[in-house]
Design a binder for this molecule. Structure first.
Ligand code: NAD
Length: 493
């Protein structure tokens, strides 16, 4: 079958709003001062829509609505089963619109359409999962026969401020909104300014599903204004943030005077360690997917590959050959495996690392714009071999389709290299030796480890990083813990 490949055939997705507004207390609204900002599409880098640029006044309005809904609305006091039914309806609506959602996400972010579709479905799953979890939830009870009963009351906390990045934006928003509202909180979402389109769809979805007015509020705008005002708002006791480590540090400092509950999902520079006894074909396939899927704009990307010396040359050769076969294309083309990076600013950043890499390593695939794509934020899958551990491309998060490969000799050296960055989000280990795999996992400084496995995740497992990659965990019951207070009640018998 023929696939559409050129930008000329590309049309704006159906159902595009006239402009992107805030959503406050059940109403779509513009900014108090009428300000807007430009949103571009990453294939042409032309402005295709305006979004409301929220500032402190807009955040104040949204927080007031969320607070009112928390204090006076039905949501926090509803039975978990009732809230659960609403969340399942949200999931049904998201599923029924997955194609449209994917088209919008792909148009706004540059994600390949097939991958954007997968992310839309994952967003629906997040709602289903937390809908089920709050119904299944049981809380601790401790008994001392004849003396005491102790039990735990789990209570929603209030207005949760949710600040999200531009990579897989719709899915990452669902990852926070679902547990926050499932547990009875109300929310103000501040999505990333590069990709506000898919977030604007939540309002309609929630209204249709029957979420009461004021439970979900959305303020668009840049981080330093809208995000900052949310972080500093005294009536927002919780901030869940996903984004860069240095933004996380700033938010941590800004939230300190209010002693807010903080959850931080931050950057990564995750190692994939391939031992000589590994299934090399499976390891090549998985490590290609691990850094080039989602355009390499993935927090858990395996962006450093450490390979044991005995198989190093063979691995590099096979890896480079496969990287060259990855299909770069227009995001809306179903054959595309790597689309466009999200924004020209990010494109410049990634391209600057490609140039740095040429000084620091041996270029074996890619190295710049792919042939035939003279405009737009396209970067060819780029592979550097023989990268030293003190290289910037070994240490710094690039967040694009660029990978560094480094040899090692012994297990101890592999571990040292794996742990030799400020980050500690994910790690991938490839070996046929079961004991080595488990011992290595235990020793590695990473919040999540995949053994002989691609990046697949059961929604019940904790998600989070160590070192500069994060603070606290979300996922499964950890999300429930973050979004609720656990009050201990003691009774003397
Ligand atoms: P970013 O830190 O630039 O922005 C994230 C969000 O924070 C945006 O909504 C932004 O507007 C807002 N923001 C920026 N400055 C702010 C401030 N001073 N106060 C309040 N809010 C502010 O990150 P990004 O470039 O959008 O996203 C990419 C980063 O996110 C990468 O580092 C990636 O690894 C990380 N990430 C981590 C995870 C994870 O789960 N660990 C998942 C996805 C992405």
């Amino acid at each position: 079958t023929e696939t559409v490949t050129g930008p000329a055939e590309r049309t704006a997705p159906a159902g595009l709003p006239e402009r992107i507004q805030h959503y406050v207390d059940g109403e779509l609204v513009d900014s108090v001062d009428g300000a807007t900002f430009d949103v571009i599409d990453p294939v042409t880098n032309e402005v295709y829509i305006q979004a409301a640029a929220g500032k402190k006044d807009d955040v104040d309005r949204a927080v007031a609505a969320a607070r009112k809904a928390f204090k006076e609305g039905p949501w926090p006091g509803m039975l978990p089963r009732e809230r659960s039914r609403v969340l399942h309806r949200i999931a049904d609506i998201v599923t029924s619109r997955d194609q449209q959602l994917a088209e919008m996400e792909s148009y706004d972010s540059g994600l390949p359409i097939t991958q954007a579709l997968g992310q839309a479905r994952r967003a629906a799953e997040n709602f289903r999962f937390f809908a089920d979890l709050v119904v299944a939830q049981s809380d601790d009870t401790f008994k001392v026969p004849g003396r005491q009963i102790n039990y735990v009351n789990r209570k929603p906390i209030g207005v949760a401020g949710l600040i999200t990045p531009w990579n897989t934006p719709f899915m990452l928003e669902s990852w926070k909104i679902a547990p926050a509202i499932a547990t009875g909180n109300t929310v103000v979402l501040k999505p990333a300014e590069f990709t506000p389109l898919s977030a604007s769809l939540w309002a309609g979805i929630f209204e249709e599903a029957g979420v009461p007015q004021g439970v979900f509020n959305l303020v668009n705008g840049i981080g330093e204004e809208a995000g900052d005002a949310l972080v500093k708002h005294p009536d927002v006791p919780l901030i869940s943030f996903t984004g860069e480590s240095r933004t996380g540090q700033l938010i941590f400092a800004n939230a300190a005077p209010h002693l807010k509950g903080l959850s931080m999902e931050l950057g990564g520079k995750s190692p994939a360690v391939v031992f000589a006894d590994a299934d090399i074909e499976a390891a090549v396939d998985a490590t290609i997917f691990g850094v080039f899927s989602l355009n390499g704009e993935r927090c858990t990307a395996g962006s450093r590959i450490l390979v044991q010396r005995e198989i190093y040359d063979e691995f590099v050769e096979r890896y480079a050959a496969q990287a060259k076969r990855v299909t770069v294309g227009y995001p809306h083309d179903p054959a595309t495996e790597v689309g466009t990076l999200v924004h020209p600013e990010h494109f410049e950043k990634v391209m600057s690392y490609v140039e740095i890499g040429k000084q620091e390593g041996r270029l074996v695939a890619g190295g710049g714009r792919p042939e035939g794509f003279e405009t737009g934020n396209f970067v060819a899958p780029t592979v550097f071999a023989d990268v030293a551990p003190d290289a910037r491309i070994f240490q710094e998060e690039i967040f694009g389709p660029v990978v560094a490969i480094t040899p090692f000799d012994t297990d101890a050296e592999a571990l040292e290299l794996a742990n030799d960055t400020r980050y500690g989000l994910a790690a991938y280990v490839w070996t046929d030796d079961l004991k080595r795999a488990h011992n290595f996992a235990q020793a590695i400084e990473a919040g999540m480890v995949w053994l002989n496995s691609n990046n697949v995740r059961d929604l019940r497992t904790p998600f989070g990083g160590v070192k500069a990659s994060g603070l606290g965990h979300e996922g499964g019951y950890r999300s429930i813990d973050f979004y609720t207070d656990q009050q201990a009640v003691h009774i003397t018998l």
